[in-house]
Design a binder for this molecule. Structure first.
Ligand SMILES: Nc1ncnc2c1ncn2[C@@H]1O[C@H](COP(=O)(O)OP(=O)(O)OP(=O)(O)O)[C@@H](O)[C@H]1O
Length: 245
């Protein structure tokens, strides 16, 4: 697999609080990487630095061979390569389901309305939401909203999809429907970086698991390595606590 993203010595501070401390990681095309760790360990901040919703304090982000933090690199161009799915869905409340998946294509990719609509419908079908084209987000359940958010991200043809705790805001009975879609996407060869508290997803779906602790990558490996024979004491403690709950 060829390398798509390389994070080198990334640091992020909020005032005196350094929440990412020299984080380096690589993601290959087609790879599914999950990031796990305790609350406050820096998982979301890392993801938000990757798509530059947060500006790193130091370090490099190399995407498809280019350092995107260099001044002459176009941020809008970079963003077209990434899709992001948020914990709180972030749908456009005034638009119906179809338009939620169309507007970005019109504004950013300059597709025609017909083309954008065809692509949106195809992706809504993929997530099982094609029966709700003209519903407003307020009429949907959390699981349905998240499926629309995934279809919206897919409609932009991203090279990589970033998920920031996509099931954490859902009622327990809706978690499964979103994880099922994510699992299907993973099997299509989409590059995915997923911050999650869902250990079953991390164990069963990802190619690689990254365990973060207090702003550093404490350990990474295959799901088997991390879940069956973690090397670090702090990984063991975290897994014991989370798997017993
Ligand atoms: N905008 C911000 N301003 C100041 N501090 C922040 C900001 N965003 C995050 N932090 C701090 O950075 C640290 C890491 O937060 P982050 O949300 O990345 O952790 P996390 O591992 O994703 O946690 P959780 O699982 O609870 O979402 C926390 O101490 C948090 O308070």
């Amino acid at each position: 697999m060829s390398q798509l993203l390389s994070i080198e010595h990334l640091r992020k501070s909020y005032g005196q609080n350094e929440v990412l401390k020299d984080v380096s990681l690589e993601v290959s095309a087609g790879e599914v990487v999950t990031i796990i760790g305790s609350s406050g360990s820096g998982k979301s901040t890392l993801l938000r630095c990757i798509n530059l919703l947060e500006k790193p304090t130091a370090g490099k982000i190399i995407f498809a061979g280019k350092n995107i933090l260099e001044k002459n690199y176009s941020l809008p161009n970079y963003r077209t390569h990434l899709g992001m799915v948020f914990q709180q869905f972030n749908l456009f409340e005034n638009h119906d389901v179809l338009m939620n998946c169309v507007v970005g294509q019109l504004k950013v990719l300059h597709r025609t309305k017909e083309e954008a609509s065809t692509i949106a419908r195809k992706n809504l079908e993929r997530v099982g939401m094609d029966r709700f084209l003209h519903a407003k987000p307020s009429q949907l359940s959390g699981g349905q909203k998240q499926r629309v958010a995934i279809a919206r991200a897919l409609s932009m043809d991203p090279d990589m999809l970033l998920f920031d705790e996509p099931t954490s805001a859902l009622d327990p009975e809706m978690v499964g429907e979103v994880l099922k879609i994510m699992k299907e996407l993973a099997q299509t060869g989409l590059t995915m970086v997923v911050v999650t508290h869902e250990m079953t997803f991390a164990r069963d779906v990802s190619d690689r698991v990254i365990f973060m602790d207090r702003g550093v990558i404490a350990e990474e490996g295959t799901p088997e390595q991390i879940f069956q024979s973690p090397k670090e004491a702090r990984t063991k403690t975290f897994l014991k606590r989370i798997l017993e709950n």
